[in-house]
Design a protein around this ligand. Structure first.
Ligand SMILES: C[S@@+](CC[C@H](N)C(=O)[O-])C[C@H]1O[C@@H](n2cnc3c(N)ncnc32)[C@H](O)[C@@H]1O
Length: 270
């Protein structure tokens, strides 16, 4: 197969930027090439130009979505950045809400949404929150959403889950399913998933009490980051909690926020 030409790479960058806000620079060319090349070979195509024609055609047979899946990184695991969950727990112990809605806004395989579900289920049992709580997980990628709905995980992804929670909420696979964990219906029943592109206008899906937007801003350039954060924050209630990845630095936005801890904020009261 021919090497990825600069002009073809430039068109792939424009396409991904326009569609999902993915900001690629020339240094990412080898990465893009190595992620797409096996797929192009599998399809029996001659090269990147043919692949670009396919993913920009009206009859791409879902290939554009496949390219998005290949170019985005979906790394996630249960109770990633645990200080955020501790902060949420303290908040609930203090406010004791009867109802609660949470949005995991780049949910990947669902680890963040289900971690939150375990925490909320515990809080419900402790009588700190009512039974009316729900979590929405959204992502751009079909593939991760399908997997999230199945709620079956390799054991390693639950390495931060406490033994008590493993016992309460997880079912270990046996025989051919050894090494896999499926989640108990009592956490699954509060969680739903749907596709949502953070770079397009968002219909009214909130308002939420808590929003996680963690480890996705890294994909975007400065302007897109600001637009995405402000757009997402329209769905957060005044006084609600907002989390970004702790490594994502200062939160770029025009919406007034109070900083609580690294990556943790409260939206100003109305
Ligand atoms: C690294 S994962 C973060 C998962 C989880 N929030 C965490 O912190 O563990 C980033 C996710 O953002 C999703 N993503 C990238 N661009 C997106 C966009 N424009 N709209 C919605 N999701 C997007 C990717 O598909 C990926 O699943």
């Amino acid at each position: 197969m021919h090497a990825l030409r600069d002009d073809t790479y430039g068109r792939i960058c424009e396409l991904m930027y326009g569609a999902i806000g993915l900001s690629l620079n020339p240094s990412k060319k080898p990465l893009v090439s190595s992620r797409l090349a096996p797929r192009i070979q599998k399809l029996g195509m001659d090269g990147f130009e043919d692949y670009l024609s396919l993913i920009t055609s009206d009859t791409d047979g879902g290939e554009f979505q496949m390219a998005v899946d290949l170019l985005t990184t979906n790394e996630t695991y249960f109770f990633r950045e645990p200080a955020h969950y501790d902060l949420l727990e303290q908040e609930l112990a203090r406010t004791r809400p009867r109802k609660l809605s949470v949005w995991s806004a780049a949910s990947s395989f669902g680890d963040e949404a289900y971690s939150t579900a375990m925490l909320l289920s515990d809080q419900q049992q402790l009588g700190r929150i009512g039974s009316d709580w729900s979590i929405l997980g959204t992502d751009i990628s079909d593939r991760v959403l399908r997997s999230a709905m199945e709620a079956v995980y390799p054991e390693d992804r639950l390495r931060n889950v406490s033994p008590e929670r493993l016992k309460r909420y997880c079912l270990r696979g046996e025989g051919p399913y050894e090494g896999l964990i499926s989640l108990h219906p009592k956490v699954r029943e509060h969680v739903r998933f749907g596709q949502l592109n953070l770079c397009k206008p968002i219909e009214d899906i909130g308002p939420f009490d808590v929003i996680f937007l963690r480890n996705v801003l890294i994909y975007f350039d400065a302007q897109t980051k600001r637009e995405v954060v402000d757009r997402v924050l329209t769905q957060l209630k005044p006084g609600g909690l907002f989390f970004i990845g702790t490594a994502e630095g200062r939160v770029p936005c025009n919406t007034p926020l109070q900083s609580l801890a690294p990556g943790a904020f409260r939206k100003a009261a109305a």
